[in-house]
Design a protein around this ligand. Structure first.
Ligand SMILES: Nc1ncnc2c1ncn2[C@@H]1O[C@H](COP(=O)(O)OP(=O)(O)OP(=O)(O)O)[C@@H](O)[C@H]1O
Ligand SMILES: [Mg+2]
Length: 338
């Protein structure tokens, strides 16, 4: 099972962000945030100067589909597992995470569910799929065993499994990665969470199943907030209300999906979107610009993107830019007009 350990968050840490309506769209303004993250910094416990996340600030509201993009190693999974309260014991989390105004440690775990990148971290290897799914449904919906079996079968059909009764008799190791991924999605949906975190949930699935899963999430979103990590810019643009771009542990751009697609302000976002026009219908996998993401141990003061950027100014090398702009689109760049 899950080998990670929950870690309570501590008092607010360094705030490099300007306070403001980060992540708030006009549509959502007015309703209180379901998820509120302030100054979230995640460091290695034994090397606190190494930051995996740097002062992340984000608000999500009920009904919102938020896409998080960024190249491999940018910190997407660290952010997801920290919000879930299951960050690795090697990490130390500083900052604030609130759900409906309450500290993460005071909130019922069942209010949030996560679809993990690796189903093997989540599914119990010694329990049949049917047992695991039925157990969840029985707890959440208070159903009898027979009713729970029927509900479990329906959930499996919803994620594109045509032979649910056969699948429920199997153990995770008897199924492909894609099938386990679907089971995990069904289990997360069965939790009826207020916050659903999906860490690249569809990358192991074929295109038809991907669409089926995304359509299912679309139906469910009115009752929850969805944080969806993806490498597919097309999915991000077509499905999400807002997009956040994570680079080297920092949210470098966040805004309404249409604005970020039409006028990306950060040079990194521009590079991502220029590689393949995202709405062209062609393959839209995230394409990184030349150069490489600095490892967490090699991150310097100043902008983390400076070494890959064509518009680097002197100030970029020594001052980390803060997110700023209008609520609908914010960017952390000293030279976003370049
Ligand atoms: N427990 C840990 N101890 C040390 N470093 C870690 C730990 N967990 C993650 N990291 C490092 O943190 C950085 C971010 O990792 P993370 O898994 O969040 O990236 P990601 O954006 O999810 O990448 P991918 O797209 O490949 O899933 C990486 O450099 C990774 O090596
Ligand atoms: Mg990841």
């Amino acid at each position: 099972m899950d080998q990670t350990t929950a870690h309570a968050l501590e008092a607010p840490f360094v705030q490099t962000f300007e306070q403001g309506n980060v992540g708030r769209t006009a549509m959502e303004a007015g309703s209180p945030p379901l998820l509120s993250i302030t100054g979230l910094t995640v460091v290695l416990a034994d090397r606190p100067e190494t930051r995996l996340l740097d002062a992340v600030q984000l608000e999500l509201r009920k009904g919102e589909f938020f896409a998080l993009v960024g190249e491999s190693g940018s910190g997407k999974s660290v952010l997801c597992s920290t919000i879930m309260g299951v960050a690795s014991s090697e990490l130390r989390c500083l900052g604030d995470i609130h759900i409906e105004g309450r500290r993460l440690s005071d909130v019922d775990r069942r209010q949030r569910a996560m679809i993990y990148q690796q189903p093997s971290l989540y599914l119990n290897p010694v329990r049949r799929i049917g047992f695991q799914l039925r157990e969840t449904v029985q707890v959440i919906d208070g159903l009898s065993k027979k009713e729970a079996s029927e509900r479990a079968a329906d959930l499996l059909r919803d994620v594109g499994i045509d032979d649910p009764n056969e699948t429920m008799r199997k153990y995770p190791h008897e199924m492909s990665g894609g099938m386990n991924q679907r089971v995990m999605i069904a289990m997360a949906v069965a939790m009826k969470p207020q916050l659903l975190i999906a860490d690249e949930p569809t990358s192991a699935l074929d295109v038809t199943t991907q669409k089926q899963i995304l359509d299912l999430l679309e139906q469910l979103r009115s009752d929850m907030a969805i944080l969806f990590v993806t490498h597919d810019l097309g999915v991000a643009l077509q499905r999400s209300d807002r997009i956040g771009v994570l680079y080297a542990g920092q949210l470098v751009e966040i805004g309404r999906a249409d604005l970020v697609a039409r006028t990306p302000l950060h040079p990194y976002t521009r590079a991502l979107f220029s590689a393949v026009p995202p709405l062209s219908g062609r393959p839209r996998r995230l394409h990184s610009p030349a150069g490489s993401l600095p490892e967490p141990t090699q991150r310097q003061a100043g902008c983390n993107f400076a070494s890959r950027c064509s518009g680097t100014l002197d100030t970029c090398r020594h001052t980390r830019p803060a997110l700023q702009g209008i609520p609908q689109q914010m960017v952390a760049c000293h030279n976003s007009e370049a």
